[in-house]
Design a protein around this ligand. Structure first.
Ligand code: ZN
Length: 393
């Protein structure tokens, strides 16, 4: 098996464009790739940049209903015809010309990443254009058309993988992936997110723990608004490693939505780029400890498109490629100029850090504080699923 990593990239993924004024501005993808390039990560010895084919109908059909795929094709050819049916033509998911093609291309990169990792062509594969975790089998939702994360997992199962773990650290609940594998004991989904009472999509309660025959394979940690680095990392480390140890996945798929950041305009957590970088490092380490190193890493949400998303995902690429970018690294001048030219944003980050040094209290060592809302959330998540895995809550 190769120890190398693949970065999935086709510039045409930036055609996934809901139009002016929509928060999911594809400049976030372009600026991330330009930062990867100006930092020199794309030239790393262990990293290959690869463009996979778009997902075809039979692949999309592993997760999505045929009538939905046809509806996406129809509005893709004639955006004016979208009525809101199947979630297409809504405020969150306005139809645009080429919607099917761009969405299928992003899905193809995640499926290609999964294939590369399972065949041993790469140990790790990253598709930061992916992580479109809200798309449902029969409808678009929350800026997501085809659920590339679910499709990557479905492809792994189709290829004979018996256990896949999915970890989603986006600020929003990974509802589409949870729904796709609700009854499937072969897939463990873990989502840490802002509490459903205060944020879209309004699901992801600790009590949502999997369907009949798959009890304990959906895991939800709903975090109080305002949660910062120490709480976020405490929750992550209090829930994930024990479950991965008990579940024994053959592949780890992770979703790295950057919208937990304190600058993100759509949500209310207070996490730094530095803590997001720690989470990516932990995901990498867990892939090695619990999944023979097989790691598929995806992007996700993130709407601070100049300040946050490019840095968070460039760190992710560096970690996967075995050339982690030190936090104090200066952001290349060339990139700053490009970012200004592309967006006109007057403020851009000067360094790859927010100047934080995240630390957190270990759950086992510190004990549980019953008065603390974060600890209550962690406790509820552990109580809901740990016993099903033979773990002490
Ligand atoms: Zn999100």
């Amino acid at each position: 098996m190769s120890g190398g990593a693949q970065l999935m990239w086709d510039e045409a993924v930036t055609g996934y464009n809901f139009g002016p004024g929509h928060p999911m501005d594809p400049v976030r993808l372009a600026l991330t790739m330009r930062l990867v390039e100006t930092l020199g990560l794309d030239g790393a010895k262990e990293l290959k940049v690869v463009a996979a084919k778009p997902a075809g109908d039979s692949t999309l059909g592993l997760v999505h209903r045929q009538d939905y795929i046809e509806a996406v094709r129809r509005v893709s050819a004639d955006p004016e015809s979208a009525t809101g049916e199947y979630g297409l033509g809504t405020e969150d998911d306005p139809a645009f010309a080429g919607m099917h093609e761009a969405s299928a291309l992003i899905a193809g990169q995640s499926v290609g990443a999964a294939d590369a990792v399972w065949r041993g062509e790469a140990l790790h594969a990253v598709n930061f254009a992916g992580g479109l975790h809200h798309a449902m089998p029969g409808g678009a939702s929350g800026f997501c058309v085809y659920n590339d994360a679910s499709l990557a997992i479905a492809r792994l199962l189709e290829s004979g993988v018996e256990r896949v773990a999915y970890l989603d650290v986006d600020v929003h609940h990974g509802d589409g992936v949870q729904a796709a594998f609700w009854d499937d004991p072969r897939v463990l989904t873990i989502s840490l997110h802002e509490h459903p009472r205060t944020l879209f999509p309004g699901t992801g309660w600790a009590e949502e723990s999997g369907g009949p025959g798959a009890e304990g394979t959906a895991v939800n940690v709903p975090l109080p608004p305002g949660t910062g680095d120490a709480g976020w990392l405490r929750a992550l480390h209090a829930v994930v490693p024990e479950l991965l140890y008990a579940f024994g996945p053959q592949v780890l798929v992770t979703q790295h939505g950057a919208d937990t950041h304190f600058e993100d305009p759509l949500a209310h957590l207070a996490v730094s780029v530095d803590a997001q970088r720690v989470a990516a490092e932990s995901a990498h380490r867990w892939a090695h400890e619990y999944a023979q190193g097989r790691w598929v890493a995806l992007g996700g949400g993130g709407y601070a498109v100049v300040d946050v998303v490019p840095r968070t995902w460039a760190h992710l690429v560096g970690i996967a490629a075995g050339v982690p970018v030190p936090p104090e690294t200066e952001v290349p001048r060339e990139w700053l100029q490009m970012a200004y030219a592309r967006t006109g944003a007057p403020v851009a980050p000067m360094r790859m850090t927010d100047g934080r040094r995240p630390s957190w209290q270990d759950w086992e060592e510190s004990g549980y504080d019953p008065a603390d809302r974060l600890d209550q959330a962690v406790r509820a998540a552990r109580r809901a699923v740990f016993p099903a895995h033979g773990l002490l809550p």
